[in-house]
Design a binder for this molecule. Structure first.
Ligand code: NAD
Ligand code: UDP
Ligand code: UDP
Length: 317
């Protein structure tokens, strides 16, 4: 079957996930427009893509209207690391909510299919495990994570209302913790923090007692899930969990990073941030049955590739 070349908009395209997605879409032959305000993303992430003739980058904040002509939209714009989304919480909610309204308005006008990068944070601090899509969650609407959690929940509401009210074709993915090359060294999320600390021989900062759990997905696996979800029939709107169901404690992650880097770093304990979820693990049955998808990259392999990336980055600086 011949590939149909599409004009694809990726908001947040200069971020960690966005830059991998842009590269994947270019490899498939599509015309990619990357829109980013460079709040947490960087030009360095997309620098290798700039010389490709089908790639275009535009500095733009999605809280302002955007008039372009495209066939598909991946809406990823939003800081994802707690320290960054809590830096300017009002802007974080605006990015999720006003950004969603603008991108949905754009999708409605040009009749584009639109994908939303939602999050496992819509489940808050979950009282059941693993979390399936029908779990309604346990979110504190007033706490420090609410700007992100509630912003993403409101965005999901907007996606489903634009779908029901205006017939917009939507795909909502609930992404669980994802890691890999091109995370920013100061991103603040746990995998990049631990690796950078280990490589620099600095203390590894474990928040709380480290018994809280997460399940970590390698970026290539996630991007494959994005592409497959976007290609599903019109009746498949999601929400769909995308993540790796291999759950481990954060303390265990610290040990693995120390082993894989061969670091002499010691572990230091820091207070657990307010509302930090105690457990998180995706039920990916829906993605498995609908997309025939499940993560392929084991944690040791993904961590080793990420460590290599940071080793090179830190040496070159
Ligand atoms: P990231 O911080 O690296 O990327 C976010 C990008 O959005 C950055 O390039 C940033 O500059 C851009 N951005 C922020 N506000 C913007 C605005 N108002 N207008 C235009 N651009 C803006 O984070 P990421 O890990 O690549 O996350 C991408 C998306 O995936 C986010 O929506 C995030 O909520 C979601 N997500 C990621 C994970 C994960 O583990 N990586 C988990 C759940 C959800
Ligand atoms: N919008 C946009 N690009 C477009 C079309 C709309 O950014 O190509 C924005 C527009 O600013 C509007 C929002 O999307 O505020 C929602 O559009 P919609 O058509 O749903 O609502 P309305 O224009 O009636 O407010
Ligand atoms: N964490 C940690 N040390 C760090 C950064 C994070 O122990 O330097 C913990 C954090 O408290 C949380 C888990 O690691 O329990 C994942 O944090 P992250 O910020 O990566 O993402 P979250 O899943 O909380 O959004």
């Amino acid at each position: 079957m011949a590939l149909t070349i599409k004009r694809v908009l990726v908001t947040g395209g200069a971020g960690f996930l966005g830059s991998h997605l842009c590269a994947r879409l270019l490899d498939e032959g599509h015309d990619v427009l990357c829109v980013d305000n460079y709040f947490t993303g960087s030009k360095a992430n997309i620098e290798p893509l700039l010389k490709r003739p089908h790639f275009e980058a535009m500095r733009h904040d999605v809280t302002f209207p955007l008039y372009v002509e495209v066939d598909e939209i991946f809406n990823l714009a939003c800081p994802a690391s707690p320290i960054h989304y809590q830096f300017d919480p009002v802007q974080t909610t605006k990015t999720s909510v006003v950004g969603a309204i603008n991108m949905l308005g754009l999708a409605k006008r040009v009749k584009a299919k639109i994908f939303q990068a939602s999050t496992s944070e819509v489940y808050g601090d979950p009282t059941i495990s693993p979390q399936a899509e029908d779990y309604r969650g346990n979110v504190n609407p007033l706490g420090p994570r609410a700007c992100y959690d509630e912003g993403k929940r409101a965005a999901e509401t907007l996606f489903f209302d634009y779908h029901r009210q205006h017939g917009v074709r939507i795909k909502v993915a609930r992404i669980f913790n994802t890691y890999g090359p091109r995370m920013h060294p100061n991103d603040g999320r746990v995998v990049s923090n631990f690796i950078v600390q280990a490589l620099r021989g600095q203390p590894i900062t474990l928040y709380g007692d480290g018994s809280q759990t997460r399940a970590f997905c390698f970026v290539d696996d996630l991007v494959e899930g994005f592409v497959r979800l976007m290609a599903t029939d019109e009746d498949c709107t999601g929400p769909m969990n995308l993540g790796n169901p291999h759950e481990i404690s954060v303390a265990e992650l610290a040990r693995r990073v120390i082993d894989l880097t061969g670091s002499n770093s010691e572990i230091v304990y820091r207070p657990l941030p307010q509302d930090d979820p105690l457990q998180r693990c995706p039920d990916i049955s829906f993605a498995k049955s609908k997309l025939g998808w499940e993560p392929q990259v084991r944690l040791e392999v993904g961590l080793s590739r990420t460590i290599e990336y940071f080793r090179e980055l830190l040496t070159s600086k």
